[in-house]
Ligand binder design. Structure first.
Ligand code: PSV
Ligand code: MN
Ligand code: MN
Length: 390
């Protein structure tokens, strides 16, 4: 690779921004058991303190997503100031219209107008919070749906959903967006109101430019070609962001790139190919994970590194060789061009990038040596559970 091309790859890697989720720092896990860990944050402020360690060691994770009410505080501007003092900004505000008893039959698509009003009120309150925190994105994931055929009218539920989304859209301020997340199933098992990218896209298209689709990598059926979805949404100008995590069976929420680094590479290749990476891109690269059996902060550092490695490999694809092979119909050469990049060991390159950024080349080792884990274990007692399903 030529020197200017390598410099461009390095610059792209240095400018990458990965958003970490506040709920990944707290105790969270599966619905079967949450294995509490010592030293986890007791407050939203302490979650930010931990996120600052991830940023200190990686240099590419300066944004933290909030989850309301898990991160409820009296003064959100003060929370944003706390973040700023630690070199962070507050990212997507994740709404929560799934954990109250009222939401047994849904939230914004509930058959009862009173429940719909309550859910909408929460979504609008989340936009108020965005005003205070300076967050750009409202992230919407709905557990809404049905468990049994005939339980509710599928079409009416779409109408109710559209009405609520429209009201939220109207409330968005200058520079704010709403990101609509889809999920194949769970907790609704027969029908889910936003089950796939097509449904999310259809709603976002009607709403307008400020409504964009979020791709959570854990929310698809096995075998789904996620990179095709990414390419299509990017092409349509409707890809708002990612919730990266790793899945094997369902919505496992494990470390991004853990089970299938090749899939993450293929996704990042389509992002790069579609112009979704680097300056000028509005795509939010978020993690949506929880760490039940592994220590949380290093797991988040590892996840950030996995996304970086996939990105580096995607940036190394020899676009000219690939295009030439594709145009000449040379199937094996085209596939080979992609695989050459995937098989490149980019860890030495990322170590150099970190050194040039003034960081330790080994983020995992640097965190282990920092003494932070011991400090929080001694100082913090009674860390909170983040909530279910994160
Ligand atoms: C539930 O599936 C979920 O994991 C969604 O992916 C949301 O993004 C997340 O919870 C936080 O609400
Ligand atoms: Mn998600
Ligand atoms: Mn999920």
């Amino acid at each position: 690779m030529s020197e200017p091309a390598l410099s461009a790859v390095k610059a792209a890697l240095k400018s990458q921004r990965i958003e970490t989720p506040s709920w990944a720092y707290g105790n969270s896990g599966t619905r079967f058991k949450v294995f509490a860990q010592p030293g986890v944050p007791r407050t939203p402020e302490e979650k930010l303190d931990d996120a600052a360690r991830v940023q200190e060691h990686t240099g590419v994770a300066p944004v933290v997503a909030l989850h309301i009410p898990w991160d409820k505080v009296d003064d959100y501007a003060a929370l944003a100031a706390h973040a700023k003092e630690r070199g962070l900004t507050l990212g997507a505000v994740n709404a929560n219209v799934f954990q109250d008893d009222d939401y047994k039959l849904g939230s914004v698509a509930h058959p009862d107008a009173a429940v719909r009003r309550k859910a909408l009120g929460h979504l609008l309150e989340c936009v108020d919070i965005m005003d205070a925190t300076g967050s750009r994105d409202l992230k919407l994931w709905f557990a809404d749906g049905t468990n049994y055929p005939g339980q509710d009218d599928i079409r009416s539920r779409q109408d109710r959903l559209a009405e609520a989304l429209g009201a939220v859209y109207e409330r968005l301020g200058e520079g704010q967006r709403m990101l609509l997340e889809y999920k194949l199933f769970e907790p609704s098992f027969y029908s889910t109101d936003v089950p796939d990218w097509g449904t999310a896209y259809a709603h976002c298209l009607k709403l307008g430019e400020k409504a964009q689709v979020v791709v959570d990598t854990g929310h698809h059926a096995p075998g789904t070609n996620i990179e095709f979805i990414v390419a299509t949404l990017l092409r349509e100008g409707k890809l708002g962001g990612f919730d990266f995590n790793s899945r094997f069976y369902a919505d496992d929420d494990l470390m991004a790139g853990a089970a299938d680094p090749f899939q993450l590479f293929r996704i990042m290749y389509e992002v790069v190919r579609g112009g979704g990476h680097g300056p000028g891109s509005d795509i939010a690269f978020m993690l949506d994970q929880c760490h039940n059996i592994e220590p949380k902060i290093p797991a988040i550092i590892r996840s950030v590194m996995n996304v970086q490695e996939a990105t580096a490999k995607a940036l190394l694809v020899d676009g000219e060789a690939l295009a030439a092979a594709q145009h000449s119909g040379d199937v094996l050469a085209a596939n080979g061009a992609l695989m050459d990049a995937f098989h490149t060991d980019v860890r030495p390159l990322l170590a150099v990038v970190r050194e040039e950024m003034g960081l330790d080349p080994d983020p995992m080792g640097a965190y282990a040596r920092s003494g932070w884990a011991r400090k929080i274990t001694e100082e913090r007692k009674g860390g909170r559970q983040a909530g279910w399903g994160a």
